[in-house]
Write a protein that binds this ligand. Structure first.
Ligand code: ACO
Length: 340
């Protein structure tokens, strides 16, 4: 699927006042290997690893919801930045696996549990692009003077919405959360954001039932409340979305790929990243990859990656980082960040 003409029409204005003060992540302790999955569906470690780069995923217990993971990741990010919860003006939670369908916002549950007593709270639904959208939204709130400190979170429990009998999808996803504290700063930080949508592809990755289009009733096939995906269509879209996003951010900021230190693309499939690099001629070593251990954690994958890169000492002050999100919507976009 072409990423279409949304490239320029969907662009948002440049933001310069916000910077990332800290990042934190949390994944549930239970690890499910490919071999363990092969006991549930007809698959193998060899097939999964060779087609996706995934070796394992973390899976939440039955009584654990998105907010539980989000709270842990948020506490880690706040501790890292040494910021009291009461300083947070806005809790922005990107998730497509909320605690409850539609209401209340899972962000409100997180706001209460972390003690962000002054903060507003809202969820943001852009699936695997969610954290990129959250960083752009945080930038806009800070640029416009409506917030000084925003807690941007990506938290997902796809284990609750995948069909564990469908080998086409259940091998791809994992649970986890990542969070970032975004603050007003001077001159460096989140330099630019681009956001796009190709809604004509809405049903290539979706949950058919459970919303107002198809309300769940006594006769609803339970499979229709689970994730459905046209893998081939999403694959083609995703490769082009990475290239279009990187190119747009570079062009808008008069940069070349040589100026960029790290590209943190959504971790959906190693082959998607490798294909984009081959097609566009990008050095693949600039693209961080940690999908082997986590699988696709949707809105959480980019903040988990940033947190891991920070812990590994890979990110240095002054480096240029490009993030790229893509996923259901179909949505895509990216952030250009000068690491602070
Ligand atoms: N184990 C073994 N065999 C499998 C499995 C599995 N887990 N899954 C599919 N197969 C089989 C298929 O049935 C098919 O068999 P057939 O030829 O007998 O029909 C064969 O493998 C090839 O299937 P393809 O779909 O052609 O496999 P492909 O190489 O395209 O890989 C994949 C499939 C990994 C899903 C790929 O299309 C992909 O990565 N798509 C993008 C998915 C994605 O990133 N989704 C998330 C987006 S982000 C978000 O918003 C959530």
């Amino acid at each position: 699927m072409s990423t279409g003409g949304g490239i320029t029409s969907g662009s948002v204005r440049k933001a310069t006042a916000a910077y990332i003060a800290s990042v934190g992540a949390y994944v549930p302790p239970r690890v499910m290997s490919n071999d363990e999955l092969a006991q549930i569906v007809n698959t193998s470690d060899e097939w999964i690893y060779s087609h996706t780069g995934i070796r394992a995923r973390h899976v939440a217990d039955d009584d654990v919801a998105a907010s539980d993971l989000a709270v842990e990741a948020s506490r880690r990010a706040l501790d890292e930045a040494q910021i009291a919860p009461a300083e947070v003006d806005l809790v922005l939670l990107a998730t497509s696996t909320p605690d409850y369908p539609g209401l209340p916002a899972t962000a409100s549950i997180v706001q209460d549990r972390i003690g962000a007593e002054r903060a507003g709270a809202m969820d943001l639904v852009a699936a695997c692009s969610g954290f990129v959208y959250a960083l752009a939204t945080a930038s806009a709130f800070i640029d416009s003077g409506q917030a000084d400190t925003v807690l941007a979170i990506g938290a997902e429990v796809y284990s609750k919405i995948i069909n564990w009998a469908d080998r086409n999808t259940c091998v791809l996803f994992g649970d986890g959360a990542g969070a970032a504290v975004i603050r007003r700063g001077g001159g460096s930080g989140i330099r630019d954001n681009v956001l796009h949508s190709v809604g004509s592809g809405a049903t290539s990755l979706y949950r058919p039932a459970g919303g107002s289009r198809e309300i769940c009733g006594a006769t609803t096939d339970p499979d229709r409340t689970k994730l459905h995906m046209d893998g081939r269509q999403v694959y083609g879209f995703a490769v082009q979305a990475i290239i279009d996003t990187v190119e747009e951010l570079l062009a808008r900021n008069d940069l070349s790929i040589a100026d960029v230190d790290h590209v943190v693309a959504h971790q959906a499939n190693v082959r998607i990243i490798d294909a984009a690099c081959r097609r566009a001629g990008y050095p693949v070593e600039k693209f961080f990859k940690n999908i082997a251990e986590y699988a696709n954690t949707s809105a959480a994958s980019i903040p988990i990656a940033l947190s891991e890169m920070q812990a590994l000492g890979v990110l240095e002050k002054g480096q240029l980082v490009v993030t790229v999100g893509f996923g259901s919507g179909l949505s895509f976009g990216g952030n250009l960040i000068e690491w602070t």
